[in-house]
Design a protein around this ligand. Structure first.
Ligand SMILES: C[S@@+](CC[C@H](N)C(=O)[O-])C[C@H]1O[C@@H](n2cnc3c(N)ncnc32)[C@H](O)[C@@H]1O
Length: 279
């Protein structure tokens, strides 16, 4: 399959804003670098005009105008690049996230092995790290968990490490659902994680979950808010991310309108992960 690689040169503060806005289009993987960042989308989902409109909107940015160039790449090239650049990392001082070719960290309580491929979720993005930090504060013991927008399945794997009894990991991108299943196997949690292809409609017939994790993007979260409420047990927690600090009020308004109670949120580089509970 072919993908679009969008190379963006922009000052760091603007790069964060552009990543948030491009994340509302079909770009779902971002790699930051010294000049700005690279964003990836499937060739089919790439909307050239909408992408250019976002770049043009910031032509008068005080720190320097953004410049974007796109090219088509194959999945294979993309993987090689990604694997070459994938550094192990530690989240919340407790969770080691690494590829199979990195050394394990037996000094840390949680070890997650990710085969990156073409999916979002190696822990390097602020939203993934924020989600995991929030997961560390929420009781997962014996819980049935939903991971919406699972990407690599990193949050689903973390949920099992924290004691979840079952996790349904759902994503709209076919290779992502496959990648999540492979990563569950790699982390020996395949008996507890079911990876499923689809969007919110893939949940039809499911009983409400004890805990929901949803790191997607602002628009999908807003659209699916009422459904999340229906698919959560009373007083169950839901952890959101994938949106920018400026949009927290929108997420909060929609969540409270649906019936959730705001609990807390954390922010890194303008990205947010927020915890609500079903009132
Ligand atoms: C920000 S990534 C999060 C990946 C991973 N959960 C993490 O925390 O790193 C968002 C994921 O949501 C998926 N996605 C986008 N729209 C979706 C939808 N309507 N329903 C389910 N998944 C969706 C994308 O394919 C992508 O893998």
């Amino acid at each position: 399959m072919d993908f679009i690689e969008l190379r963006v040169t922009a000052p760091a503060d603007l790069a964060d804003i552009l990543i948030a806005e491009l994340g509302q289009l079909s770009f779902d993987t971002f790699e930051e670098n010294e000049q700005g960042f690279c964003a990836y989308a499937t060739e089919d989902g790439f909307d050239k005009e909408a992408t250019q409109a976002i770049i043009d909107k910031y032509a008068h940015w005080p720190g320097g105008m953004p410049v974007a160039e796109s090219r088509v790449i194959t999945r294979q090239n993309w993987n090689t690049e990604w694997e070459k650049n994938f550094e192990p990392l530690v989240i919340g001082e407790q969770v080691s996230v690494r590829a199979p070719f990195h050394e394990a960290r037996p000094d840390l309580p949680y070890d997650i092995v990710i085969m990156p491929r073409m999916s979002f979720g190696t822990g390097h993005h602020n939203t993934t790290a924020l989600m995991i930090e929030n997961q560390l504060t929420v009781d997962h013991q014996g819980k049935r968990v939903l991971d919406m927008g699972c990407g690599t399945g990193i949050l689903a794997i973390m949920a099992v490490h924290l004691g979840a009894s079952r996790v349904l990991a759902v994503d709209v991108e076919p290779w992502t659902a496959e990648n999540a299943a492979d990563n569950a196997l790699e982390n020996h949690v395949q008996d507890k994680v079911e990876a499923r292809l689809g969007d919110i409609t893939a949940l039809e017939g499911e009983e409400p979950f004890d805990l929901i994790l949803a790191n997607i993007n602002r628009n999908v979260l807003l659209d699916d808010m009422d459904a999340y409420y229906r698919y959560l047990q009373p007083s169950g927690p839901i952890i959101f991310s994938g949106f920018y600090e400026e949009d927290l009020h929108l997420i909060r308004e929609a969540a409270e309108k649906a019936g959730f109670r705001y609990e807390s949120h954390r922010v890194r580089n303008h990205w947010v992960s927020a915890i609500f509970t079903k009132a």
